[in-house]
Design a protein around this ligand. Structure first.
Ligand code: PRX
Length: 628
């Protein structure tokens, strides 16, 4: 690639070999008739009954896709490969945090594992439509569990393995799960994270949980309740686990999973995705934007507990028949070249990670990368937050050796699939996410509902429905309408601010609501605040995001202490530990201010803008609405 004023032009060989070479024509064609475009894509997958209608918008914004069709995402992600030569190729290569531990599964073997887990779930009484909570680390069983649920028409609700018992309890109760699948523990930088213990605390007060399946992973001692808890490897020895298990054909609009994510209130939102549209969206976008091929070894470093893991670690690559690589460990343990070592050793071709990981690894210097032969790489990807041009260049020049396009993908838990990104044949601009995916159109709006011209910053909206869009919020359709469709009727409100340049490339600026992206994780300020006020020392708290060199944003809290408490180093440490314990270590505040009073409007709303200005030592701006 050659650098021309910050625009990287792809090499002709990349363009020639890509699934999508003539992107301009395809973009125009899809723009002219998005529904026809999506119908064409859907024909690449198997349906046991075809659709009556591609898009049913009669109840919009409760859009439906491929209505009348019967399918199952597992039919397309696993079963259909078994009738081809692909049955003997590797579906999954797994490497533990201890990299001597390796497990591999062909598509044939993956199917056997999924059938076994599905048989166990059926024997426990899990039926179509039931929600199963999955609280597992990055181990192969998380693939089996998700696919097993889908196979029998059950709905999975994966909870990120770093959430605490309170957060897990809230999510189990919200979904009324009868079964929870977990592990004894997980490895984090050489130490055991006690997952089973967290589940025990979480289900103590859950009226619905009847069975807990425990996968042996760390081999640590755990308490087992003989009436409720079952070792998975013991269950697998029973006759109930044996034999074939048919993939149930479901309605295209039947739910596949719910996934909790943070919003502007303390109560997390349960996003609902369905079998039919979701499979079309994830299959198509991975194929187009990462040019994924049969012979690729695809590594997405995201945890399966987030949407990126769902769409592009588990479902997308399997739908495309690729080989998925999954690693239990993080980027710097035990040394900061662990990931580069794995890329070299396993011949990874496509590497999809987050800016925060890139920035972390960048700080250790090029030498750690240069020690390894990364010539197998042909494409790189970024997700979760804006990638700053400096990190982009390092990723491109050092990791990709100047030859791999970087696909920066902007999307959300709600969107299920990429929305703003590039395909490898497009010119790239470091720091810009790219263009709306084929079939999508985006705009930037002002407060009053006017579309803004290129260059101006405003609220980012999406104009067209897309197959893998969330269908609703689980048991909360009103919040779905209010959050996403009320501000600008007919347009999907993303919650991000952005600007569009003259070439139609979109530059994401950040969230406009009370959500902070910390190391790419989505954290609601209200969740942090409610964790803080549950500590006896805290009378009132306000959390905001501040710019952070590595994490993108850090969490800064302004706290009013309860009577009898004084600020101290110890108290600060206690409050950080408290948030980690009741919410998650990923939500630990970075800094605190202790004050007598919070700046509020006359109607009692905290003025976060003022807190931010104070923390950054900037001008506080217009204070006319401040209560005194
Ligand atoms: O603010 C945007 C940011 O992450 C938000 C969505 O978070 P979540 O639902 O956790 O999904 C993350 C992974 C898909 C968005 O509203 N975001 C995500 N990707 C990017 C991004 N910001 C800038 N560039 C991106 N590539």
């Amino acid at each position: 690639m050659t650098d021309q004023h910050d625009v990287f032009q792809p090499d002709q060989s990349i363009i020639d070999n890509a699934w999508v070479s003539d992107w301009k024509t395809l973009e125009e064609k899809a723009k002219a008739d998005p529904v026809a475009y999506w119908e064409e894509q859907a024909r690449n997958l198997e349906w046991s009954k075809p659709w009556d209608k591609v898009l049913d918008d009669s109840g919009k914004p409760f859009f439906k896709w491929f209505t009348g069709a019967r399918t199952n995402i597992v039919t397309n992600a696993v079963d259909r490969h078994l009738n081809t030569a692909r049955r003997n190729k590797l579906a999954l290569i797994w490497v533990g945090e201890n990299t001597d531990e390796v497990r591999t599964f062909s598509y044939f073997a993956l199917n056997r594992e999924v059938e076994q887990m599905a048989n166990v779930l059926k024997a426990m009484g899990v039926r179509k439509g039931d929600v199963v909570t999955i609280y597992l680390p990055r181990i192969p069983e998380i693939f089996f569990a998700m696919l097993a649920c889908a196979k029998i028409g059950a709905v999975h609700s994966v909870v990120f393995a770093g959430y605490s018992s309170e957060a897990l309890n809230q999510r189990i109760d919200g979904s009324e799960s009868k079964v929870v699948i977990t592990a004894d523990g997980s490895w984090i930088n050489g130490k055991v994270f006690p997952m089973k213990q967290i589940v025990d605390d979480a289900v103590k007060f859950s009226p619905t949980v009847e069975n807990v399946i425990v996968v042996r992973n760390t081999k640590s001692d755990v308490a087992m309740d003989s009436t409720r808890d079952h070792w998975y490897h013991e269950l697998c020895k029973l006759p109930i686990a044996k034999g074939k298990c048919q993939t149930v054909q479901v309605d295209a609009e039947d739910p596949l999973f719910i996934l909790y994510t943070s919003g502007s209130t303390g109560k997390p939102k349960a996003i609902v995705h369905t079998h039919g549209g979701y499979q079309v969206g994830t299959y198509t976008t991975l194929r187009n934007c990462f040019d994924i091929k049969e012979e690729d070894r695809w590594w997405c470093t995201a945890d399966p507990g987030w949407i990126t893991g769902h769409s592009y670690l588990v479902y997308g690559p399997l739908l495309n028949g690729a080989t998925v690589f999954m690693h239990e460990g993080g980027p710097t343990y035990p040394y900061p070249d662990g990931w580069w070592q794995l890329i070299e050793h396993y011949g990874i071709t496509s590497f999809y990670t987050a800016p925060t990981a890139i920035r972390t690894l960048m700080r250790f210097g090029e030498a750690w990368v240069r020690k390894h032969d990364l010539s197998s790489l042909r494409i790189l990807g970024s997700v979760g937050e804006p990638i700053n041009p400096e990190a982009w260049r390092w990723f491109h020049d050092v990791v990709g050796n100047g030859k791999c396009p970087i696909t920066d993908t902007w999307w959300q838990t709600e969107t299920g699939m990429f929305q703003i990104t590039t395909v490898p044949a497009m010119p790239l601009k470091p720091g810009a996410a790219g263009r709306p995916v084929f079939g999508q159109e985006a705009a930037v709006m002002d407060e009053e509902g006017n579309e803004l011209p290129p260059g101006q910053e405003g609220f980012l909206v999406l104009k067209n429905p897309w197959p893998s869009m969330m269908r609703t919020l689980y048991k909360d359709p009103d919040r779905y309408l209010d959050t996403y469709w009320k501000k600008y009727p007919g347009l999907y409100l993303t919650g991000d601010s952005a600007r569009i340049d003259e070439d139609g490339y979109i530059w994401i600026i950040g969230r406009t609501d009370d959500v902070i992206k910390v190391s790419g994780h989505r954290i609601g300020t209200a969740e942090v605040e409610s964790a803080l006020v549950s500590h006896p020392a805290v009378a009132e708290a306000a959390a905001i995001g501040l710019p952070h060199e590595v994490k993108g944003n850090s969490i800064h809290c302004t706290v009013i202490l309860a009577q009898g408490y004084e600020p101290s180093k110890q108290l600060t440490a206690d409050l950080r530990a408290h948030v980690a314990e009741v919410l998650s270590p990923i939500a630990k505040p970075d800094s605190f201010d202790f004050v007598e009073k919070l700046p509020k409007t006359r109607s009692g709303k905290i003025m976060r803008r003022v807190l931010k200005a104070r923390a950054l030592g900037q001008d506080e701006g217009d204070l006319s609405t401040l209560d005194d």
